[in-house]
Design a protein around this ligand. Sequence first.
Ligand code: URA
Length: 257
Amino acid sequence: MKDSLKLKLESLYLSGEREVPMTRQTKSLEKKLVQNVVVKNNPPSQSVNQSTEALLAAIREKMGDCQRCRLAKTRTNIVFGVGNPEAELMFVGEAPGSEEDKQGEPFVGRAGKLLDKIIQAMGLERETVYIANVVKCRPPENRNPAIDEIQTCGPFLLQQVEIIQPKVIVALGTFAAQTLMQTESKIGMLRGRFHAWPNALAQATFETAFPIHSVKLMPTYHPAFLLRNPNMKAKVWEDMQKVMQELGLKKKEASVT
Ligand code: URA
């Protein structure tokens, strides 16, 4: 198949398009693309690494200078996500704040510095995990993202998850946890244990043609909440120790200070 056609189909596929008339050739390409993503669970190789990176880049390219919702009018930068495309651990926050909006990178403000400390306390580096938000543009005055904004932007996060295929997602704070799980339960009720994700409600809400693989979701308190309530850091550390155990990371005595 011609490279240009293949690229076109890949880009359509990544944007969730399923209306292209399917010939035998395009069907086999679709299968290959899915296999390409799914194969990531097998021993990583240079080519897999390149392909996950390329697939993420294709999604970012697809977003372009996104004007799909009203947040485009007030944002400075789209904050797509950063980190290891092969990460076993992904952190998902709510939406960029002012510093993130300026720099185009998630969690680089005060809350981000605390997240870095949490990651380091787990024996990891920021570069070894993947960090993203439910919504990629800063809502004015840091208000919560609106439902239509989540519906517009959410599919990009889902595509990131499906390409990266992390084993564990840590949902940072009420908003990320409630949105990902499609629940109104309080973060205090949700945190401290793994939830199979996507659950049925999330699957029904985030209608996507992507075969979202099963992830263990650990909701925990948002670092910005910890800045205001430092006594809750111990709870987050409890949650992170469970994540570390799940990922087979060495147990550490240290906590987040
Ligand atoms: N809070 C978030 O939820 N995300 C960021 O990127 C920064 C702060």
